[in-house]
Design a protein around this ligand. Sequence first.
Ligand code: HEC
Ligand code: HEC
Ligand code: HEC
Ligand code: HEC
Ligand code: HEC
Length: 185
Amino acid sequence: MKLYAGSWNLARRLFLVAAIASLAMAQQAPEPRNYQSPPETLPRRVPGQPVRFSHKAHAAQGIDCIRCHPDSAKKFEAGLPTPRDCMGCHRTVARDNTSIQKLVQLIAADVRIDWIPVYDSPSYVIFSHRKHVRAGETCQTCHGDVTQYDALPQEVSISMTSCMNCHTQRGVENECFWCHELNGF
Ligand code: HEC
Ligand code: HEC
Ligand code: HEC
Ligand code: HEC
Ligand code: HEC
């Protein structure tokens, strides 16, 4: 099955390179290019997270996004809190809560928490939080009002069309190679 998956990946990548090359050659038209991402139904719910986590409850405590997503102004990925980060507060706060007790058990057993991704671009897309946050774009613009949810769904599109529409509005160029690393194949 591994071999099959590998060649399927290769086929997809070759297809992508060919598609990008032919689109890039065919489209000399002004911005935005006339590619249209497939329609999506938003908000899109994800299956339950491995441990209960509520953005609503934590926002109500006045905790800033940066506290739990510390790399959002520094790196490509915004970063997610580890169980130990949670315990930084929960060693003292809400210790009797059943979810916190579950957390304590996971830490004791040295088990990783694999949060289910809500916003997830394909690997051939280059996206840097640092660039965008430093340019003054807010979390809300791309992720909606996360503070209203106990279970976070995807509220805002991160399709190619949505990327390009904002770039066009902000006067940022939409060259294919910015968002797709063509030599990485
Ligand atoms: C310009 C749009 C944009 C802005 C602004 C933005 N994000 Fe994101 N965010 C994305 C996209 C696109 C992804 C998916 C990236 C991927 O899969 O590589 C993502 C993924 C994430 C993730 C999960 C993966 C990761 O990077 O760790 C977190 C957490 C996150 N964003 C938090 C934030 C926070 C907090 C802010 C504000 C400080 C923020 N984002 C601002 C577009 C944005
Ligand atoms: C900066 C401090 C801080 C961090 C970090 C933190 N929390 Fe909390 N959390 C709180 C506070 C304050 C409350 C509210 C407690 C109350 O109402 O008694 C809370 C409440 C909760 C609750 C109970 C409310 C509910 O929604 O069921 C759970 C579960 C919880 N947190 C899980 C987590 C998890 C999981 C993490 C790590 C991903 C985490 N917390 C990280 C401060 C924090
Ligand atoms: C107390 C910690 C905490 C705070 C504060 C917090 N988050 Fe999160 N965030 C998490 C955890 C844990 C997850 C993974 C579970 C989930 O998706 O609900 C997450 C997930 C996310 C995701 C989806 C990540 C993905 O994998 O796609 C986004 C977007 C996000 N947070 C944005 C924000 C924004 C914007 C704020 C501020 C308004 C914020 N968060 C505040 C802990 C936090
Ligand atoms: C809400 C507006 C907005 C959205 C949505 C947005 N961008 Fe951007 N993007 C910007 C701005 C503004 C800049 C210019 C930043 C600068 O000049 O430093 C930029 C710059 C970039 C750059 C160029 C970085 C460089 O090397 O100079 C890349 C690559 C990029 N964005 C990728 C993406 C991708 C991929 C998406 C969609 C997943 C996306 N952007 C969605 C506003 C946006
Ligand atoms: C601002 C960022 C950005 C730019 C510029 C950009 N793309 Fe994309 N592209 C994306 C994102 C994000 C995705 C994945 C999400 C999606 O499929 O809509 C994607 C997906 C694709 C796909 C796969 C589509 C599919 O249906 O599987 C192709 C092919 C592609 N891009 C070609 C191009 C070409 C050709 C250009 C130049 C005209 C270009 N891209 C410019 C962000 C960008």
